[in-house]
Every structure is written in C-alpha cells, then in structure tokens.
Design a protein. Structure first.
Length: 283
C-alpha cells in the first residue's frame, strides 16, 4: 500500500527494511495472554452472568440463507443519523440487535457477541502485518428504567473499545469466567465493511475492487450479516433450519428493520431524553 501511494505521487520507491512478520504478531499475542490485567478485566466485566435459557445445538437439516435488501433511502438516513449523533455504524447496528433481543426476552442484562478488528492494538504499522486479527468477544448491554437510548449507545461504543483492548486472553479462562460462553455466539450480528475502495490525497477514488462473490460459513444458529461494501446493501440471514422457520426469520428481520427505522428517525434530543425501555415497549 505504501509503495502504491508512493508511485501515485511520482516518487521513487525507497528500499525498506523487512517489516514485521506475522510470527512477531503471534509472539505479541502470546505475551498479552499472560497479562493479568486482561483476565481481571473479564472477570469483573461479566462476573456472575447467568444465561436465561440453556442452549442446545441441533444440526440435522443444515443452514439456509435469505437476503433482505436495504433501500438507498435507509442507507442515507443511517449515515445521516451516525454523522449527526457521533456514532459509528457498528454502534447503531449492535444497539438494534440488543434491542431486538430485549423485546423478545426482556431482562436487565444481555450479552451478545461483538467482533473487534484487533488492528488498533498492533505493535507495528497496519501495512506490516497480514493475518487473522479479528476476534468475537462477549459484550454486555444493561437495560434499566434510568437508561436513555443515548446511554445504551454510548455504553456500546465504550465497551467496543474496551473489549478490544483486552481481547488477547486464552480460551481456557472462559471455563472459569463464563462456562457457557457458546450461548453468546448461538446468534449474532456481523458487519462486513471491507475496504474495497482506495482514495488519493485529494479525496478522490483512486481504484476500486469489483465485487465478484462472497462465501462464508457460520457456526451460529442465526446470523445477521450486514454487507456495506457492495451495492445494493443488504441483510443476509444465515440460519439453522432446525431451529428457525422461514416465517420466524422474516418476523425477526422485519422487527429488526422496524427498530432500525424508528431509531434513525429520532432527533438528538429524543435519543438523549427517551428511556430505552419505554421506547421499546411503545414500538
């Protein structure tokens, strides 16, 4: 990437010393896994959480996929909402997902799986390492009568930063902290916002990768995948045919879209002063 932009500026490529190897990143992660600060963070963060229902996996009839397109108007409204309120797209979409789960099963605390990139923690330049950096971790959202909509969103924004900072822990610690952690990941939301465009120093698109095909496998029973890097944007639902019927899937996604549409129509004053629980009850 560095050499590409050097050529774009008609400058000579300078011979560089060898960058960081992926093995250096693995060594860094191994060292961080023994950091007691990370272990203590997770022990305090999800201490004593109990899942409302036991989870049992069924895998006989396989998974099915359905697409739900998003309109250009919806995309523009979401972008405007994010810009005016200072929240990222991921914060908005995780807020909607947590709200849907609360409507389906009201409880004070919900834990969902949230994916962090891991690139903000790299001990070197982004351009020096290519590898598997992302990780899905449990994120806790608390609902109570004193929390406004903006309180929930601000909490999610803060927690996304915090859990990424403490992402490097060994899988064994969950046996002590959250033995049934797999229940966090039986359902989930994935935001696919891959950088398929590169911009020059004038803010113009320098090159663009043409989307050809996307294939992935999920071990979740119900996965919402938001694809923001292709047109038209859409929700792709990958779900277990053993646990969900097509009717159930359509009901959930229609509810998700209804919550989303209702949220992005709110003013700054409304999201600041409206109780999240009251708002969800009146949807």
């Amino acid at each position: 990437i560095h050499n590409y932009f050097t050529l774009c500026d008609n400058r000579k490529i300078q011979t560089q010393s060898k960058g960081q190897a992926y093995s250096d990143y693995v060594r860094y992660v191994y060292q961080e896994q023994n950091n007691s600060q990370h272990i203590n963070y997770w022990k305090n963060y999800i201490n004593g959480y109990i899942f409302s229902q036991p989870y049992t996996r069924k895998r006989k009839n396989g998974n099915r996929i359905e697409q739900f397109p998003l309109t250009e108007s919806q995309i523009q409204m979401i972008q405007r909402f994010c810009r005016l309120n200072g929240f990222t797209l991921s914060v908005v979409l995780y807020t909607i997902w947590a709200s849907l789960l609360y409507i389906e099963n009201p409880r004070k605390t919900i834990i969902i799986g949230a994916t962090v990139s891991g690139r903000n923690l790299l001990p070197c330049s982004y351009d020096d390492v290519v590898g598997l950096l992302a990780k899905t971790l449990p994120m806790q959202i608390s609902f109570d009568n004193n929390s406004s909509i903006v309180d929930i969103m601000t909490g999610i924004r803060t927690d996304l930063i915090d859990i990424e900072e403490h992402m490097h822990v060994t899988p064994e610690i969950w046996l002590d902290i959250l033995p049934n952690i797999q229940e966090c990941f039986s359902e989930g939301l994935t935001i696919q916002n891959y950088p398929v465009q590169a911009y020059n120093n004038k803010g113009e698109i320098d090159f663009q990768i043409e989307f050809y095909q996307s294939n992935y496998y999920t071990d979740m029973d119900f996965s919402i995948s938001i694809k923001t890097f292709i047109q038209p944007n859409s929700l792709e639902i990958n779900y277990s045919a053993d646990r969900y019927s097509s009717k159930m899937v359509h009901h959930r996604i229609n509810l998700y879209l209804h919550i989303l549409q209702s949220l992005i129509q709110l003013t700054q004053s409304e999201i600041k002063n409206t109780c999240i629980i009251s708002w969800l009850k009146n949807l």
